[in-house]
Design a protein around this ligand. Structure first.
Ligand code: GLN
Length: 431
């Protein structure tokens, strides 16, 4: 984008698409200085990841006008490779949602069919990559927010192993579940970006030194779920086709059962809302963003939070405080944590007999906007395939696998922690 004529041509291409998909909330190409592997490559950053000097709205009115005073580690590491931030991408408020409709900036749309949602919560990042506005974008995945929009928009979406990528500069929603992830138009870009951002960071105590555990396995066994119900006919067809596809390229299919799968959604929404209620307590109108009028201090804080947060965020804060209320932690939060352990154990068993697990990313393809789409409760129930990996801390890669009518369908590959290389190489083979 250094050549002004090319930059202008690119910008008019972007503006044309943006009328249809609204994937960016701010476009402000940053100068690059690096000479590295990604020199000059522009990319999008989900607007809950900090870039110094740019807004950091998290899709919320409560952060109106806030400009980030610092830059996330992942973005800093990309800067060192020469890649440049192109702008900030739309999202569901604080990462809460599956449609990119819960945003103060308005909904984003799916480039394949703008009457449909791009998925969420990293919907802006996925739509921008799918429309070819940027070759890759950063997103965040707490319960599927990178993989599900990747699946809806026909791009690759990686949720890394928990702790493999620093969360410094990612605005917290549910800290024990989330990870910065990557949306990219091709596997190699996804891998290259992951290589650039992974590894320990002194600014994030939960980050760990990278250590590749993929190993030199020649078993070529891939686990699949024996009893998969409630997939839409379109997703079911792509799932079967993908299974056949892996068989054809020499993978042995191992049917397994995941008994804990039905408990993923209740455990995820208990833990995620509990953590959200604590993480979102900092938005009081005092330190940053929007501030409402009020008769006294308490009244001002109440009004700020009432006016600043959207409906879905309020619902989750209330649910989170409910599950944590004194005397009841064991009934909800404690049980959810025990289920979480069981889910992790069950995955470990699966990976004793197979290198990877293949599952649909989401039970349906991109749904229509608004009333005729999925309601907020149905969307939550549909998170079971994606949120399982967040509860277990393992990596997942959603890969484009087929079409359902005029919109793409993704399948996700899951592997043990620190086995991202297995996912990349299988995805490359599957191409
Ligand atoms: N659909 C999930 C939710 O609404 C995804 C969240 C995420 O990964 N940020 O919580």
């Amino acid at each position: 984008l250094d050549d002004p004529r090319r930059a202008a041509a690119h910008r008019s291409y972007v503006d044309e698409w943006e009328k249809k998909i609204n994937s960016f909330v701010q476009i402000d190409p940053r100068p690059g200085n690096g000479e590295g592997a990604l020199a000059g490559v522009p990319y999008g950053v989900k607007d809950n990841i900090a870039v110094k000097g740019l807004g950091l709205s998290c899709g919320s009115k409560i952060l109106e006008g806030f400009i980030s005073p610092y830059t996330a580690t992942a973005v800093e590491r990309l800067e060192a490779t020469g890649a440049r931030v192109y702008g900030k991408c739309n999202l569901d408020e604080f990462g809460m949602g599956s449609s990119c409709e819960n945003s103060v900036h308005g909904a984003s749309s799916n480039p394949w069919d703008p009457a449909r949602v791009p998925g969420g919560s990293s919907g802006g990042s996925a739509a921008a990559v799918a429309a070819g506005l940027v070759p890759f974008a950063l997103g965040s995945d707490t319960g599927g927010s990178v993989r599900q929009p990747a699946s809806f928009c026909g791009v690759y979406g990686l949720k890394p192993t928990y702790g493999a990528v620093s969360r410094y500069g990612l605005v917290a929603y549910a800290s024990s579940l989330e990870s910065i992830g990557i949306l990219a138009g091709d596997v190699d870009t996804c891998r290259q970006v992951f290589d650039s951002i992974k590894g320990e960071d002194p600014k994030d105590q939960t980050s760990v030194p990278w250590e590749d555990r993929s190993g030199e396995s020649s078993s070529r066994r891939i686990a699949v779920l024996e009893d998969l119900s409630d997939l839409s006919p379109g997703v079911d067809a792509v799932y079967r086709k993908s299974l056949e596809g892996f068989r054809e390229i020499g993978w042995e299919i191992v049917p397994v059962r995941l008994k804990t799968l039905d408990y993923v959604v209740p455990a995820y929404y208990t833990i995620a809302t509990a953590e959200a209620s604590a993480n979102l307590a900092r938005y009081t109108g005092i330190r940053y963003g929007y501030r409402a009028e009020g008769e006294d201090h308490a009244d001002m804080v109440r009004n700020t939070r009432s006016e600043g947060f959207g409906h879905e965020v309020k619902l989750r804060i209330l649910l989170g405080t409910y599950v944590l209320r004194s005397g009841f932690q064991d009934q909800y939060y404690g049980r959810a944590q025990r289920i979480r352990t069981l889910i992790g154990d069950e995955f470990s068993k699966v990976f004793q007999g197979a290198e990877m697990l293949l599952m649909p990313t989401f039970p349906v393809a991109a749904f229509p906007h608004g009333e005729s789409g999925m309601d907020a409760f149905q969307q939550k129930l549909a998170d079971k395939f994606t949120a399982a990996a967040n509860l277990a801390g393992i990596p997942g890669l959603s890969i484009p696998a087929g079409m359902d009518g005029n919109v793409p369908v993704g399948m996700q590959l899951l592997a043990p922690a620190f086995c991202e290389e297995r996912l990349f190489s299988a995805a490359r083979e599957f191409l």
